[in-house]
Design a protein around this ligand. Sequence first.
Ligand code: SAM
Length: 426
Amino acid sequence: MMLEIQRLSTLALGQILNGRNLDHALTDARKQAKGRLTDHQRASMQDVAYGVLRFRSEIEGMLQQLYTKRQPLPPLDALLMVATYQLLHTRAAQHAVVSHAVEAAAELAGPSSKGFVNGVLRNLLRQKEGLLQQAHETPEGRFNHPGWWIDKVRTQYPDRWEGLLEAAQQHAPMTLRVNRRHNSRDQYQQRLAQAGMQSTVVGNDGLVLGQPVPVGQLPGFDQGDVSVQDASAQYAAELLALHPKQRVLDACAAPGGKTGHLLERGNGLEVWALDQDAGRVRKMETTLSRLKVQAHCQVADATRPDEWWDGVSFDRILLDAPCSGSGVVRRHPDIKWLRRPEDIPALAEAQTRLLDALWPLLRRGGRLVYATCSIFAEENQAQAEAFLGRHADAKEMPIEDPLFDRGQIFPDAMHDGFFYAIFRKV
Ligand SMILES: C[S@@+](CC[C@H](N)C(=O)[O-])C[C@H]1O[C@@H](n2cnc3c(N)ncnc32)[C@H](O)[C@@H]1O
């Protein structure tokens, strides 16, 4: 079955190298398997695809040293990356990885490719240490990010850039958010323990699982007792400082992670949850009905309030803006390869348009919480400062929690990288 995993991972990786996103590529690969994969095999395929993307530059740097006579064409290039990842970072038996890769090569590119794949992988095993050392000589090979990304992080965070890039290569934990309406965080932790699952408290509503599990195994998941959400994302509801019966706008709400949380936390809130993506709004509706909470969900463009707003001001606005995702690379390692440097100013511009369109909808004395899952200053501190410069009636409220550094949460073992700014209308 390793052969099948290698073959399917190679197909998925080939698509990602052509610009497709990881989730879509994996879904296609699973469809190809026509239901023949066990849960364990699906997990292995996912691990391989994630792993290659996590260590892509190191893997490419090693392989390039071995391609002295010719460069392999797709899909052999992807197959060799898959096999290299398996040899370096998994416990799969080396002889099995090599012999299956040779067979997969014959299937994918014809029998004449067998000798080439066999030779490359055997040399890789023989010269592993030297190849690794040389691959690590470039910043890309050492940190497994594109050069422009490394330069940006180094310029913006001269004191911690290496730690930030390294954090992005770690595995993310599975973090839960307990639905306060159904049970307290501590009660739920006990339910987990009774089901044999160890967890650690994070934040007011969060629990980090010792071992990830499929959501179906979480006690009371279908009844809405718990959701999966990173600890940093759980700050949105906190920072909104909700009062009973407030009118709240969640402007970029789908698939509803934060909407669900604020409804669990608030009392008698009237929540408007918008998103411009109809498919994602449907997912949000499913999530909210699982949690047994209600919001006015709408497919709408938040930058065009004339098309959906009834003219009554909001007490609170959450703008969880579309962003680069540079703070969540450990969960989505394809992000660092799919983004282009020119995406960042374009995203910052879209965020500016959203902020400026929504600010007039807030009542005086109300607060707008701006959030991104990014670590890039253009989307975060610089965006917040420019906003304050344009709006004399906006005051930034400090966030006292020691986890934050000028609104930024840096990625660590328990947290995704996130940014929050709270603006009060005076
Ligand atoms: C970071 S995601 C939101 C995640 C969500 N708040 C959660 O916690 O589950 C950003 C969302 O903004 C939506 N979006 C982007 N531009 C928009 C616009 N102009 N109006 C409404 N939604 C928009 C995207 O479709 C995407 O779903």
